[in-house]
Design a protein around this ligand. Structure first.
Ligand code: NAG
Ligand code: NAG
Ligand code: NAG
Ligand code: NAG
Ligand code: NAG
Length: 351
């Protein structure tokens, strides 16, 4: 009771006298996020939360000392007053007993409030995350880019369709699990550290999605600043088929197939194809399908026979695919150079 009254008093006092920190929450065990407005402020950190524990372990309050990122600090005691100013104050705070052994640690991450972010123009632009899915099976991935001279790490991943979702990370720090009553997501950050792959476990590819997926990626900089980026989408909006594979049947006929990663049955998940016929051969182009001009393009919706008869003078064809029922992205182009005159070619290779 006494402690409660004391806390009530202190909390009320802190509320009135300090605007900074603006907010405070625990991201993961031992990771505290402090949202700041840039003004001077203080935030107490506890080494051992329960005073009883000090007694039980026979530790004198004044013997406890603190380190910030390994460097010893002047402050002593179970409570450490974190100094906040601008975006400073983040770090790994460890507390130690007299003999130097580790008692506890708290990683403090600083999140700038909206006003500062706006001034520094570090907006959480939608569009910073790029997400796509190869099919409707419930797997998707999102990637992001960091300026090459910035060092950042994923601090937290949240993927959800409904708002009461809880997320946690395994010991490796790479596999995230987000669960609610209705949906579960497994996400893993790949080795590049710039991409996360998620799978919605009970996803039903045949049902219409009633709610969007909302993914948030929290990144932490080497200076212990926390940034969050997020995106909302339906799988049908981000689906992008893999490349189709093309082959030549005879001199004028080409054929292709659905990407093997695409959802089946194809009658339920039809693709539409675009065929570009190239007259010239563009030797300097990096990608002849996107760089050359003189083309005739046709669109072919198809669920079974994927064949197309090309015009006579055509030297090459490009084919790409897109969901026939949604206005989502085209796949990358596939390119095929046509073999036309077998005899000539044979002679040429002999010469
Ligand atoms: C250690 O610190 C964390 C906060 O980082 C706190 O939640 C936890 O209760 C502390 N452990 C003990 C034994 O007090
Ligand atoms: C913080 O320090 C503790 C104790 O040395 C260590 O276990 C932990 O991995 C550190 N965390 C970070 C993010 O540096
Ligand atoms: C998702 O993660 C949970 C917990 O780590 C695991 O038990 C489950 O097998 C994973 N599911 C998939 C499909 O990876
Ligand atoms: C990012 O953090 C800010 C500040 O706490 C919050 O207003 C915003 O909703 C967060 N965005 C996401 C995607 O969680
Ligand atoms: C190429 O194959 C298609 C279908 O197999 C056929 O209809 C067409 O007549 C063939 N064309 C030539 C020039 O052989």
């Amino acid at each position: 009771m006494e402690v409660f009254v004391w806390c009530l008093f202190v909390c009320a006092f802190l509320q009135v006298s300090h605007q900074n920190p603006v907010d405070l929450w625990t991201l993961l065990p031992h990771i505290l996020v402090v949202e700041v407005d840039g003004t001077e402020g203080q935030q107490p950190l506890s080494c051992l939360e329960l005073p009883d524990e000090l007694m039980a372990r026979d530790i004198k309050n004044e013997d406890i000392f603190w380190r910030k990122n390994g460097w010893e600090e002047e402050q002593r005691g179970n409570t450490y007053l974190l100094q906040l100013e601008e975006s400073l104050g983040g770090g790994n705070y460890t507390c130690h007993s007299k003999d130097g052994s580790l008692l506890n640690h708290t990683v403090v991450l600083i999140q700038e409030d909206e006003a500062i972010r706006r001034i520094l123009m570090k907006s959480e632009q939608e569009g910073y995350l790029k997400c796509s899915a190869q099919n409707y099976n419930g797997e998707f991935h999102c990637s992001w880019t960091w300026h090459s001279n910035r060092v950042g790490k994923v601090a937290f991943i949240k993927a959800q369709r409904v708002s009461d979702t809880q997320c946690s990370v395994d010991e490796s720090g790479q596999r995230w699990t987000c669960s609610s009553g209705q949906s579960n997501f497994n996400c893993s950050v790949d080795n590049s550290g710039h991409r996360v792959v998620c799978l919605e476990e009970q996803h039903c590819p045949y049902a219409e999605e009633s709610q969007q997926i909302h993914i948030s990626v929290y990144l932490r900089t080497e200076h212990f600043l926390l940034e969050n980026y997020s995106k909302r989408f339906y799988l049908s909006e981000i689906v992008k088929p893999d490349k189709v594979s093309i082959g030549q049947v005879n001199t004028t006929m080409v054929e292709w197939s659905y990407p093997s990663s695409w959802s089946s049955p194809y009658s339920y998940f039809p693709l539409t194809f675009e065929i570009a016929q190239l007259r010239g051969r563009c030797k300097k182009c990096d990608n002849p399908c996107t760089d050359s001009k003189a083309t005739k393009t046709s669109t072919v919706p198809s669920t079974n026979i994927c064949q197309f008869e090309v015009k006579h003078k055509v030297k090459a064809v490009c084919v790409r695919a897109k969901d026939a029922l949604c206005n989502s992205q085209w796949s990358e182009w596939s390119y095929l150079r046509l073999r036309r005159h077998k005899k000539n070619k044979h002679q040429q290779s002999k010469n």
